[in-house]
Design a protein around this ligand. Sequence first.
Ligand SMILES: [Zn+2]
Length: 251
Amino acid sequence: MKYISRSDWGALHSGKPLKDFRRKVVGIVIHHTTGPSDKPWDRVRGHDKYHVKTKKWDSIAYNWLVSGESGEIFEGRGWKKGAATYGQNSKTISISYIGDSDKELTALGKETILTVVRAIRERHGDHLWVKCHKDFSSTTCPGKTLSKWVHGGMDTSESPANVAIDWGAIQRYIIDKGNAYLSARILKRGSRGELVELAQKRLNDLTKANLKVDGIFGRKTGDAVKKFKSNYAMKVNRIIDKDTWKVLWTV
Ligand SMILES: [Zn+2]
């Protein structure tokens, strides 16, 4: 992660000075910029130009911008008052994810957002809440994926940034575990347990099933299995047998 100051990336001078917060900061609001996520320096400059030249604002609206590609943290209005969240700007600090969170929200991006959240809380207090732009206006910002993560408590446990994970080994372990169990049985509606939970997680990763990961094989899990199987050369039904398991973990 690398911090890029306004002067580093070349923020435009509008001639209007940025203003200090006069009220207590109570929360943090997450946005995304939409558009491409590559070349974050160009994206930040592009948004700055749009906000300053086209909209005639004092500066780029966001307080901080985060790249999920590079892990770079760009100072927007920084610790001065922002303009990204109508009605909330006098008491909140905004962080914008560069790009469209529904197209690419990376583990690095999440970690970087959390780094900024920690820095803001260090300065303004641990009690600061974190919400999404759409919690305050009729907008889709910051996209479904990012909103879900924020509303879910911003967990990064599935992808700790500093730990090297041997995904291959985990995958082999899961396949073997399933094979052992599924040689004699199948998973179907009513099944419960860890394998169902793993399948639900995997279906959520591979499809838009959006299943509750509770280890209980219900109607929705069955529907997701059927939909998943229809994409592959398999008999299409709502059960997970040994073959389904293998496809599920090797596609
Ligand atoms: Zn927004």
